[in-house]
Design a protein around this ligand. Sequence first.
Ligand SMILES: [Zn+2]
Length: 199
Amino acid sequence: MKNGVSKKSNGLMAGMAALAVAGALETSAHSADILIAMGIAKANIQAAARDPRVEVDPGWRIVINNVSRAFDRAKFLEATPGFTWEQCDEKQRVLAYVFRGGTEVYICPLQSKQGNDHMAQTLIHESTHVSGNYDECKTTEVELSITTLAGKQPYRNGYVKRCGFDGRFDFRGDSADWGVDAQPSGKAPSDWGVEQKPR
Ligand SMILES: [Zn+2]
């Protein structure tokens, strides 16, 4: 909150009301970051959908359309202590996660420190999972492709290297013939958006 209410100057406010207001301000302050990242992610998805290389590629048209619809129905939530917090393992550099079959995307504190474009790319990754794709390499290819097609330089998530996307990523047409299939829901966490920092 850049120009928020001073925490020290509300002594005259009734106790409960002051607490409620402070809580609301904190919540909206964090949601603003998520909303900005959502706007960037949506714009990136739309830009990718309009790219001529996608328009002539039926497989990629389907994938990006599915991701776009999944993005629209996803709920992007801040993971907080006591609220699925235990999945946000900073040693494993967990940025965000979804549960298989779910539409709720939990955003970890580590992600909140990475900036808006970075979060936007993560939201695209998680939206790809929400669309029913739980293969991390295919999901990473979607995430890198949409970000690249939108003219941005993607960050390298924890799956980039092991999935063979070394060097500068280029969009690969004709590779999305795998489509996406909805998966049954379950309780186990299925996604670990792990970022590998360069060594
Ligand atoms: Zn993932």
